[in-house]
Design a protein around this ligand. Structure first.
Ligand SMILES: CC(C)(COP(=O)(O)OP(=O)(O)OC[C@H]1O[C@@H](n2cnc3c(N)ncnc32)[C@H](O)[C@@H]1OP(=O)(O)O)[C@@H](O)C(=O)NCCC(=O)NCCS
Length: 147
């Protein structure tokens, strides 16, 4: 798999479409609800398979100079559990360190908390409930340990 930022307008369209299909469509949310104001300046990470098809995505944006937030992690449903999400998160953490960030924060969906625990994130409190049903846990990880 090739892990990099989408580059062309078409690649970005496919990138946002995967976000929407995984994180918004199942809850009946409209196209456009998968984007926010940070997308213009954020760091976008995407994984492409051997046939150059998009298979996974994730995003990093700065909330303070040394604090980054991860959002919109999504892997195509049939390809989960094969290390693709891991590859996206590893790249996001590498880029966060490169950008001088010392901490990553995120709001994990209940079903994804185990994935982040496995990656060294700790729960710091209850997060919001999205669409009236998707509960989140606030989590964070220090990037300044042994690395
Ligand atoms: C959460 C998600 C991004 C993880 O990606 P993935 O490709 O399925 O996960 P990986 O195969 O890379 O897993 C990496 C490690 O985390 C573990 N893991 C993955 N999901 C897990 C979970 N829900 N609970 C516990 N452990 C989990 C894997 O077993 C693996 O551990 P190992 O290296 O010891 O085998 C993906 O499942 C997904 O898109 N889910 C739906 C959307 C979503 O909830 N996004 C997160 C929003 S906060």
């Amino acid at each position: 798999m090739e892990v990099r930022s989408p580059e062309t307008e078409t690649e970005f369209a496919v990138y946002y479409d995967l976000r929407w299909r995984v994180l918004r469509e199942p809850w009946g949310q409209p196209i456009g609800s998968e984007r926010d104001e940070h997308d213009v300046t954020a760091t976008h990470v995407a994984g492409y398979d051997e046939a150059k098809r998009l298979v996974c995505v994730g995003r990093l944006h700065a909330v303070e100079t040394d604090v980054g937030q991860v959002r919109y992690m999504a892997v195509k449903e049939l390809l989960r559990g094969r290390g693709l999400g891991q590859a996206v998160l590893d790249e996001i953490e590498r880029l966060a360190k490169q950008q001088g960030m010392r901490t990553i924060v995120l709001d994990a969906r209940e079903a994804a908390v185990g994935f982040y625990l496995r990656n060294g994130y700790v729960a710091t409190g209850d997060g919001h409930t999205l669409f009236g049903e998707v509960r989140h846990t606030k989590m964070e990880k220090s990037l300044t340990g042994s690395a």
